[in-house]
Write a protein that binds this ligand. Structure first.
Ligand SMILES: [Zn+2]
Length: 273
């Protein structure tokens, strides 16, 4: 057997793949992109029906459990609700970016590649404040519901559903502007704190010499570069947590409506049948 035969080859086109040999079939970059573009509609459909709903399910379960929980457990449950908020926000930002960049990369690739960081979270909310709902829709190739052009061979029922999804998206983008401060803060804390291990704590006197209130929980992360521990406090009182859960609902609904509108307008098999 010569060295050439040991080179991994693309299972689809037979081209030599410049990657370490793998015991499973491999694809070259071109075939990989073709494959991902082929699964994009089904990927989005799964994300909408199932994937992104997980955050809502966990957050609502925590909120119900809070009623019976003691003070310590309430803080831990509260922090879990924040984590779902961050997950839902991250999913929406990843989806928006993936739809925006669909011309240069498959949607599934950009979405799965996405890593949240504080500048990305800030840029998303800044774009929302600057462009408004119409601009956010236009960025992903979707029209404002009031300017929806006639779509060839689209049934009346599909058109109504599309108008409804776009109208709900406009309203949710509007509501999301009220979440700029909380969104940026929670997403930035998460981005800083999810890189390594963190400690959740209910008391901070031992760290900062300053106590947190009973309605707060703190997350402690290592900041070796600056020789310090970064302590981020978040409010976990009922009023704030309801606001956080409402934010999760907005992120989730918005993601689902963007997916619905995108698939209806860009996936002929669904629009035509
Ligand atoms: Zn190939």
């Amino acid at each position: 057997m010569n060295a050439r035969e040991l080179e991994p080859r693309c299972a689809s086109c037979g081209a030599v793949v410049s990657a370490a040999p793998h015991d499973r079939a491999v694809r070259c970059p071109v075939c990989f992109e073709t494959y991902l573009r082929g699964i994009d509609p089904a990927f989005l459909d799964n994300l909408s029906r199932f994937g992104i709903r997980g955050r809502q399910v966990v957050a609502e379960t925590c909120l119900r459990a809070l009623v019976l929980a003691n003070a310590d457990d309430r803080k831990l449950l509260g922090m879990t609700v924040y984590e779902q908020f961050v997950g839902a926000g991250s999913d929406l930002i990843a989806l928006h970016r993936a739809l925006q960049r669909r011309g240069s990369a498959p949607i599934s690739q950009t979405f799965l590649d996405f890593k949240l960081d504080a500048p990305t979270a800030r840029a998303f909310f800044a774009a929302l404040a600057r462009e408004g709902p119409s601009g956010m829709l236009a960025a992903v190739g979707l029209p404002h519901p009031s300017a929806l052009p006639p779509v060839a061979r689209m049934g009346r029922k599909e058109r109504r559903a599309l108008e409804k999804a776009l109208t709900a998206a406009v309203s949710d983008f509007e509501q999301l502007t009220a979440y700029q401060e909380l969104g940026e803060r929670a997403l930035a804390v998460a981005a800083d704190h999810l890189r390594g291990s963190t400690l959740l704590t209910d008391r901070t006197q031992w760290l900062a010499g300053r106590a947190i209130s009973p309605g707060q929980v703190a997350s402690v992360a290592l900041d070796s570069e600056h020789g310090r521990l970064d302590v981020a406090t978040l409010r976990v009182d009922e009023e704030r947590l309801e606001q956080v859960v409402n934010g999760i609902d907005i992120f989730t609904r918005l993601a689902r409506n963007l997916i619905h509108a995108h698939l209806t307008l860009n996936d002929p098999p669904i629009a035509l049948h």
